[in-house]
Write a protein that binds this ligand. Sequence first.
Ligand SMILES: C[S@@+](CC[C@H](N)C(=O)[O-])C[C@H]1O[C@@H](n2cnc3c(N)ncnc32)[C@H](O)[C@@H]1O
Length: 224
Amino acid sequence: MSDAHPPLRSYGRLKARPIKPRQAALVEQRLPELRIPEGPVDAAALMPDARETWLEIGFGGGEHMAAQAGRHPDVLILGAEPFTNGVASAVRHIDEQGLSNVRVLDGDVRDLIARLPDASLARVFILFPDPWPKARHHKRRLVQPEMVAELARVLRPGGALRFASDWADYVDWALARITESPAFAWQAERADDWRTPPVDHVTTRYEEKRLGDCAPVFLDFVRV
Ligand SMILES: C[S@@+](CC[C@H](N)C(=O)[O-])C[C@H]1O[C@@H](n2cnc3c(N)ncnc32)[C@H](O)[C@@H]1O
């Protein structure tokens, strides 16, 4: 399946630092049970009483994912993140908050999405994805027509997609790629709708660093 897309390229800033022994032990203990099993994803098997399923793409340290899971205990939240430090941090949040409605893929989200049934998700979050600002690296951006088509496939009609970035060029790029798909309708009516963090947004440590070249922009789309 990983042959179906270009290999994952790591964005330089996310260089791994050693994981502390206590955190490594927690990952070793908890990750096997939190990891989404191989093969087609069966939400009913992962959480039989889940009202719906959400996906967070590139959850970083997992703060947003864990906070949303805590607020919505009846929702199954899937998350994918390839970098070990982020996964270790997320496992710690899940463990500390006693969450039983989060499952993770410690890998490339494209491999997870390919295993999701059609119309199986109610919400998808892509928050502050790696910007790859140089033009020659734009092809490494997560939001590509193929990704948009896959998200259209796995989101149910009426489902929601949130994209956020503090890189102006990536905001324009994502808005163009997503609205060029007839499957998505952008919800904004006025500038405040993209300039003001949505009421249900949870700020992450990464977001607070303000590494981009503009104030955070939030784009909310509906799967039509
Ligand atoms: C800039 S960080 C933002 C993390 C988090 N969303 C936040 O706002 O704090 C982007 C994250 O996307 C992850 N990422 C990049 N490509 C990915 C992929 N193909 N699948 C899953 N995650 C990916 C990176 O490892 C990184 O942790």
